[in-house]
Ligand binder design. Structure first.
Ligand SMILES: [Zn+2]
Ligand SMILES: [Zn+2]
Length: 228
């Protein structure tokens, strides 16, 4: 996801597509990079961005904790040694930072054994919550978002098809329920897996499930642009 303002952009996670399609890096100055966790689908693009010939780019990462499953096996993740233009900072859950007028609060998420953080971005009265990868929300995160006056947009993990249960990701129905709980004006359903419904089926399902709601639910697609 990319947040644009008048004179720059903030990159929020960057997967493999950013490696091959790095042209966008040069279009507008990158003011900051916010990473939820370093699974390859969220961090491989860092290899592209770090070459950006710009001023140093503040880069925010989740807490660094060992990630091993019950059998002592780690999930594959991106490990960068030479950060070049990137300036990595570890954030504690619920810590807040400000980068050129954009406020970002790190939100603890539920992504199995992987320490993962979403973000609440706030600027000029606009609030956007980024909540992937996660199955539901920890109570403290839910309470923090509940206290937001108006949540303009929530970007929600909707990895699996209806009925599929997983401890690390929502299915589409759980994502819709979370969007309702958050009372966001616009709910963007994303991180949709290849094993989910086909795009037309998914859009029809979401339309059916959210008909009459006073919130807008959107199935994300490449190039989706929203203005707030
Ligand atoms: Zn992940
Ligand atoms: Zn992911």
């Amino acid at each position: 996801m990319v947040l644009f303002d008048e004179d720059g952009q903030y990159v929020v996670d960057c997967g493999p597509a950013a490696v091959s399609g790095g042209h966008w890096v040069d279009v507008t100055p990158i003011k900051g990079v916010f990473i939820s966790h370093l699974h390859p689908d969220h961090g491989l693009g860092l290899y592209s961005i770090r070459w950006a010939v710009q001023r140093p780019i503040p880069t925010f990462l989740p807490p660094d904790t060992t990630e091993l499953d019950d059998e002592g096996i780690g999930h594959e993740s991106v490990r960068i040694v030479n950060w070049l233009s990137l300036r990595p900072n570890r954030l504690d859950f619920f810590a807040a930072v400000e980068v050129d007028g954009l406020s970002a609060t790190a939100l603890e998420l539920c992504h199995g054994i992987t320490p993962t953080q979403g973000y609440l971005f706030e600027r000029g009265g606009v609030s956007i919550a980024y909540l992937i990868d996660s199955k539901g929300l920890p109570q403290q995160t839910a309470e923090l978002l509940d206290a937001v006056d108006v949540l303009n947009c929530a970007v929600v993990d909707a990895t699996y098809r209806p009925g599929r249960e997983d401890p690390r990701h929502n299915n589409v129905d759980e994502a819709i329920d979370l969007g309702v709980q958050l009372a966001a004006r616009v709910v963007v359903l994303t991180h949709v897996g290849h094993h989910n419904l086909s795009k037309p089926e998914l859009e029809a399902h979401v339309e059916e499930r959210t008909r009459g709601f006073d919130q807008e639910f959107i199935c994300a697609y490449d190039g989706l642009t929203l203005t707030f």
